[in-house]
Design a protein around this ligand. Structure first.
Ligand code: ADP
Ligand code: MG
Length: 617
C-alpha cells in the first residue's frame, strides 16, 4: 500500500499555529507590544484602526534587527530569545516560542521596517499570507515598526467570528493596560482611529495606574510591599470601600508578565474577608517577583496562565501581605495575627454572669384551631418593613402607565389587564389571598389547579423591567430633584459608557448636570430609586455593558432596563409582608410576559393537585 502520511506545507502549518496564537486583534497587539519590550524599547506607540480589524501598528525605539534577522523573524520557531531547552527555565523575556510573527504573517498583510542603531539604513519587508512580497532597503529611524493590516483576510470564517468593534476595542485596550501597567519605566501611547486615547509617560507604578485609570484612583490605593526569600510582592490594593461590582481592575503580574490565577485571586479576596460589601470585588495591581526557575509559563499558548512550584506558600504570603497592608493603613479594624484576645469579648459581657437562655412558649397556641389564627401568628414573625418603602418602588412608574395609556398605541405594549397565557383557558388564578414566603426566597400561593411557587427576585425583575421599558419608550418618567447634586467618580472608560446611555437614563428619570473625563454630576434621580442606590445602579450598569457581547439585535434601552431591574428588584433573603407578597403576585401576572425573568429564567412554577397526587402514590 502506498504511504499516505505527508508533511503539511509550511503555510498550512503556519495557519494552524496562527489559530492558537491569534484569536483576535488583541492577541496581535499583545505579541507586538511584548516583542517591542523584549527589544529594550523605551517608548512604544500603538496605532489601531477599526479596533484592529483594519490596522494594528506598533512602533518602538528598541534595538531593531539586522537584514538577515528581519527576514528570519517570520520563520516559525525562529527566535533570538532561547537557544537550548535549559533556557526555558531561565526566561527573562516575554516571547520565547518564535511563533508570533510567523503566525501573524500567515493570516494578515504585514509590513516590517527595522533598523539597528549602528546601521545607516534599515530593512523593509512586506509579507502577505506567508508570501514575501518585497524586501527593500529603507531609511527609517532606529527601532522597529510593524503594521498588521486586514487580519484574517484569508480566513473569512475567522474574520466573521470577530465581535463588534466595541468589543474588540475593549480587548485591545485591556491588553494595552496589562502591558503598560507591567512596565511603567517605558512610555506608551495608544492612537485609536486617528485620535490619542492614552499617553503614558515614564513614571513610577502608582503614577502609571493613575494615568490609566484616572486621578481619583490615587486616593483609593493602599501600598503592599513584602520581601521574602521566595517571593517579592509590590504594588497596590484598592481600599475596600471602593470595591467594585465588576472584576475589572484586578491585575497580577509575575516577573512583569500579566497572569490570571483564580487561586491567587482567592488569596486576595480572603485577605479582604469581612471588609467588603457582598457581591463586590477588590481592585488590585500586584507584582510578584519569583525565581524564574520556580515557575512554568509554557502551559498555554496565550501565556496568561502559569504554574508555580509552591502555590501554597505563595497563597499564604500574598494573603498575609495584603492583610498586613490593610491593617497598617488602618483599613481593617483588627489584624488577626498578634491579636489581643481580650478585644474579642464585648466589654458589657466581661465579668458578667452567664445566664441560661429562656425558652418562651405560647401556651394559647392551638395547632388545630381554624386556619385564620395561625396565619396571623406567623405573619407577626415577618420583619417589619415600612410598606411605604415597598410601594415607593412603584410611585411614578405606575402612575405613568395609567396616565398615558392612550400614547401606547404605537408602542407594542399590551394593556395592563392582559391575561397571562398560562391562565388563558380557565380563569385559574384565585384572588391571591393565601400567600406564604418560603426561605425569604419563594412566594407560595394557591391556584385552582394546585399551587404556584414564585421566585421573588426574578418576579420583581420582570415587573420592574416592563415598567422601566414603558417609561423609557414614553419618555415621561418622573424624577425627584436631589437636594445636593451627587458627584460620582468613574474611570474615563466608564464615563464613556454612561455617556452612551445618557438619553435612555434620562428617560428613566435621571438628570445629569455635568460630565467630564472622570466624574459626572447627577441632580435628579427616578422616583423609584433611592439616592443611596444610585452609584450601585450605575456600577452595575457599567459592568453589564462591559460584559455584554452585543449582537445584531443589541439594544441599549433593553440592556438598561434589565440592568436597573436587576439592581432594584427585591433580593433573595429579603422577608416580605403579606401584602407585599400579594402585591408581587398580582403585579407579576399583570405583566406582558410573566413566565420569564428579563434574562429568560422561569419566574414561577406550578404544581397541580394531580402531580401532588402522583407523588403520594
Ligand atoms: P519570540 O518573541 O517568541 O522570539 P516572535 O515571532 O515574536 O518570537 O519574534 C521572532 C524574533 O523576531 C524575536 O526573537 C526577535 O529576535 C525578533 N523581533 C520581533 N519583534 C522585534 C522588535 N520589535 N524589535 C526587535 N526584534 C524583534
Ligand atoms: Mg514574540
Amino acid at each position: 500500500m502506498a504511504d499516505i502520511i505527508q508533511l503539511l506545507p509550511d503555510h498550512v502549518a503556519n495557519q494552524i499555529a496562527a489559530g492558537e496564537v491569534v484569536q483576535r486583534p488583541a492577541s496581535v497587539v499583545k505579541e507586538l507590544l511584548e516583542n517591542a519590550i523584549d527589544a529594550g524599547a523605551s517608548a512604544i506607540k500603538l496605532i489601531i484602526k477599526d479596533a484592529g480589524k483594519t490596522l494594528i501598528q506598533v512602533i518602538d525605539d528598541g534595538k531593531g534587527m539586522s537584514v538577515t534577522d528581519a527576514r528570519l523573524s517570520f520563520e516559525r520557531h525562529a527566535t533570538s530569545k532561547i537557544r537550548t531547552a535549559d533556557d526555558l527555565f531561565q526566561l527573562h523575556t516575554k516571547g520565547f516560542r518564535g511563533e508570533a510573527l510567523a503566525s501573524i504573517a500567515a493570516i494578515a498583510h504585514v509590513e516590517l521596517k527595522t533598523k539597528q542603531e549602528q546601521d545607516d539604513v534599515g530593512t523593509s519587508i512586506v509579507i502577505e499570507g506567508s508570501d514575501v512580497v518585497s524586501q527593500d532597503v529603507v531609511v527609517t529611524p532606529k527601532g522597529t515598526s510593524i503594521s498588521v493590516k486586514n487580519l484574517f483576510f484569508n480566513i473569512p470564517a475567522r474574520r466573521n467570528f470577530l465581535k463588534s468593534n466595541t468589543v474588540e476595542l475593549r480587548h485591545v485596550i485591556d491588553e494595552f493596560h496589562r502591558v503598560s501597567l507591567a512596565h511603567p519605566n517605558i512610555s506608551f501611547a495608544l492612537y485609536n482611529n486617528g485620535s490619542e486615547s492614552f499617553n503614558l509617560p515614564v513614571s513610577n507604578y502608582r503614577q502609571r495606574i493613575v494615568n490609566i485609570f484616572g486621578n481619583k484612583t490615587n486616593e483609593k490605593l493602599v501600598p503592599v510591599e513584602e520581601d521574602t526569600e521566595v517571593l517579592k510582592i509590590s504594588g497596590f490594593v484598592g481600599k475596600p470601600e471602593f470595591a467594585k461590582k465588576t472584576r475589572g481592575e484586578q491585575y497580577f503580574f509575575v516577573n512583569n508578565r500579566f497572569i490570571k490565577s483564580a487561586y491567587l485571586n482567592h488569596a486576595i479576596a480572603s485577605a479582604f474577608d469581612g471588609l467588603l460589601k457582598s457581591g463586590t470585588h477588590p481592585s488590585y495591581f500586584l507584582n510578584l517577583e519569583v525565581d524564574p526557575q520556580t515557575i512554568d509559563i509554557n502551559i498555554h499558548p496565550t501565556k496568561t496562565e502559569i504554574k508555580f512550584d509552591d502555590e501554597h506558600t505563595l497563597y499564604a504570603l500574598l494573603r498575609s501581605a495584603v492583610k498586613h497592608s490593610l491593617g497598617q493603613f488602618n483599613i481593617a479594624p483588627v489584624l488577626d495575627f498578634e491579636r489581643d484576645p481580650n478585644l474579642d469579648t464585648p466589654y458589657d459581657y466581661k465579668g458578667g454572669e452567664t445566664k441560661v437562655p429562656k425558652v418562651e412558649v405560647d401556651r394559647s397556641f392551638n395547632p388545630f384551631q381554624d386556619e385564620t389564627k395561625p396565619k396571623t401568628v406567623s405573619s407577626t414573625t415577618y420583619k417589619k418593613e415600612p410598606i411605604a418603602s415597598w410601594e415607593n418602588l412603584y410611585v411614578g412608574l405606575e402612575s405613568k402607565g395609567t396616565k398615558t395609556h392612550q400614547d401606547f398605541s404605537e408602542v407594542h405594549f399590551e394593556s395592563e389587564e392582559s391575561t397571562p397565557s398560562i391562565f388563558d383557558d380557565e380563569k385559574q388564578i384565585e384572588q391571591v389571598n393565601t400567600t406564604y414566603q418560603l426561605h425569604n426566597k419563594y412566594i407560595v400561593s394557591t391556584i385552582k389547579s394546585g399551587m404556584l411557587v414564585l421566585d421573588q427576585h426574578r418576579a420583581h425583575q420582570r415587573i420592574l423591567y416592563e415598567e422601566l421599558l414603558k417609561n423609557m419608550t414614553v419618555k415621561e418618567a418622573i424624577s425627584q430633584q436631589l437636594l445636593f447634586p451627587l458627584q460620582l467618580h468613574f474611570s474615563t472608560q466608564e464615563i464613556t459608557i454612561v455617556k452612551q446611555l445618557k438619553d435612555d437614563l434620562e428617560n428613566t428619570g435621571f438628570v445629569f448636570s455635568n460630565f467630564n473625563d472622570e466624574s459626572l454630576e447627577i441632580t435628579g434621580v427616578p422616583v423609584s430609586v433611592p439616592e443611596s442606590e444610585v452609584s450601585i445602579i450605575l456600577e452595575q450598569l457599567i459592568s453589564d455593558v462591559e460584559n455584554e457581547v452585543p449582537d445584531s439585535n443589541f439594544s441599549a434601552t433593553d440592556l438598561l432596563a434589565k440592568s436597573m431591574a436587576k439592581s432594584l428588584a427585591i433580593k433573595t433573603g429579603q422577608s416580605l409582608q403579606k401584602d407585599e407578597q400579594e402585591h408581587l403576585v398580582n403585579k407579576l401576572f399583570a405583566c406582558k410576559e410573566p413566565n420569564i425573568s428579563p434574562t429568560n429564567r422561569s419566574t414561577f412554577i406550578t404544581l397541580s393537585v394531580d402531580e401532588l397526587d402522583k407523588k403520594f402514590l
